[in-house]
Ligand binder design. Structure first.
Ligand SMILES: Cc1cc2nc3c(=O)[nH]c(=O)nc-3n(C[C@H](O)[C@H](O)[C@H](O)COP(=O)(O)O)c2cc1C
Ligand code: SF4
Length: 386
């Protein structure tokens, strides 16, 4: 993972304040830094009051969907008939997203404190932290394969073991102790643009920038400044070509969209993409967009759990078509076929993994069609694919 950089003067370090300080990883070190004071404060409050504070702060889920966190907590049953659960989503497998692992690596107690506060708010007696199975044992919490489930019922009604469950992202929960400690009004002031997007956000920047890494900025910060100032811009002699602003599953920005975008939920949507998980993938003018889109499609084909036909067949077929275009065996009608497939893969499945595969394909063909055509017409030399 490398060592965290010294914060850039334009960063707002709230979650990443102690990144790089080995002592902050220990319980004693965390307490020395004021850790667990928010938990004490929260435990002395009524659970509903904790939820209200988080609701009023404007905190929205950092896992991708941006759903208001406090509101999500209110969906848990008011009358407690049995156990409640909190599930922390620490999966973070989307290409380009690598912020949660840094939070857990440097400030694990921030996550534990946020988790304990959230558990109190939703009156959960057990919290699970789901970490990607490939790294350790491939078990899920219930001892079954990790398959998405049809909703409804929503997790607040029937989640883990069929009981009321709240699912939250690591970064979302790590922000909670700050809100409890300093109050909703304080948190809401972290806002440079739209008042519906508050707080700070970690952006994982990778690709063709000089200084990739995690950068924490206030919501509404210009994407252009993140890329050119904080990350040191492109490599010498190179120019920006495109950018995926919110993890690999969101529409691709061209240069003009990238350079005019403000980083909050509304700012990114206004330019036609999504803030998602905040994984910013930057491409310079040397990038072969067809190849990059094929790599993403391969990832989604591999990740598909195969429950839904549109996803199981669609992700594999999309990958196959992209591979044959790159190999110089594509036809112009393949582009229509890709778009048709993408349409069938969007909004029709149990979860949005299928949509996530289709999205970069559609925006790639829309914005970089000439690159697909160059392979098909033979203007560009075919690739030998591994
Ligand atoms: C295919 C797919 C992959 C996802 N990957 C993650 C992930 O790695 N981490 C995460 O927190 N949320 C992920 N999400 C979003 C979660 O479903 C969920 O919305 C989130 O964990 C809720 O927490 P939040 O409201 O705090 O963001 C993913 C969703 C989909 C459809
Ligand atoms: S969309 Fe794909 S990953 Fe999601 S449930 Fe269906 S088959 Fe599984």
């Amino acid at each position: 993972m490398g060592y965290p950089h010294k914060p850039h003067p334009k960063e707002t370090v709230l979650l990443s304040q102690y990144f790089g300080e080995a002592d902050a990883r220990t319980y004693k070190g965390w307490v020395k830094r004021g850790g667990y004071e928010s938990l004490k404060k929260a435990l002395a409050m009524d659970p509903a009051a904790v939820t209200d504070e988080v609701k009023n702060s404007g905190l929205r889920g950092r896992g991708g969907a941006g759903f208001p966190t406090g509101l999500k907590w209110t969906f848990m049953p008011k009358e407690k008939k049995g156990p409640h659960y909190l599930c922390v989503n620490a999966d973070e497998s989307e290409p380009g997203t690598f912020k949660d692992r840094e939070i857990m690596r440097w400030t694990p107690h921030a996550l534990l404190e946020g988790t304990a506060i959230a558990a109190h708010a939703i009156r959960a007696e057990i919290a699970y932290i789901y970490i990607r199975g490939e790294f350790t044992e491939p078990w899920t919490i219930e001892g079954k394969r990790g398959n998405p489930r049809i909703k409804p019922p929503f997790p607040a009604v029937a989640g883990v073991f069929g009981k009321p469950t709240t699912i939250n992202n690591v970064e979302t929960l790590a922000a909670v102790p700050h809100i409890i400690k300093n109050g909703a009004e304080w948190y809401k002031k972290f806002c440079l643009s739209n008042p519906k997007s508050t707080g700070t956000k970690l952006f994982s920047v990778c690709g063709h920038v000089q200084k990739p890494g995690n950068y924490e900025v206030t919501m509404g910060f210009p994407l252009k400044d993140l890329i050119y100032e904080m990350c040191g811009g492109m490599r010498p002699g190179r120019t920006l070509k495109a950018c995926i602003p919110g993890g690999s599953s969101v529409p691709i920005f061209d240069r003009a969209e990238t350079e005019s975008c403000l980083l909050d939920y509304e700012g990114v949507a206004e330019k036609g993409s999504l803030l998602g998980s905040g994984g910013v993938i930057v491409f310079d003018d040397t990038t072969d967009m067809v190849y990059q889109i094929m790599r993403l499609a391969r990832f989604y084909a591999h990740e598909s759990c195969a429950q839904c036909t549109q996803c199981r067949e669609g992700t594999a077929w999309t990958t196959k078509i992209l591979e044959r275009i790159l190999a110089g065996q594509g036809q112009m009608k393949d582009l229509d076929l890709l778009l048709d497939l993408a349409d069938n893969m969007t909004g029709k499945t149990i979860c949005v993994l299928s949509d996530s595969c289709a999205t970069p394909v559609v925006s790639g063909i829309k914005k970089f069609k000439n690159e697909f055509e160059a392979y098909i017409s033979g203007k560009k030399k075919p690739l030998v694919l591994a």
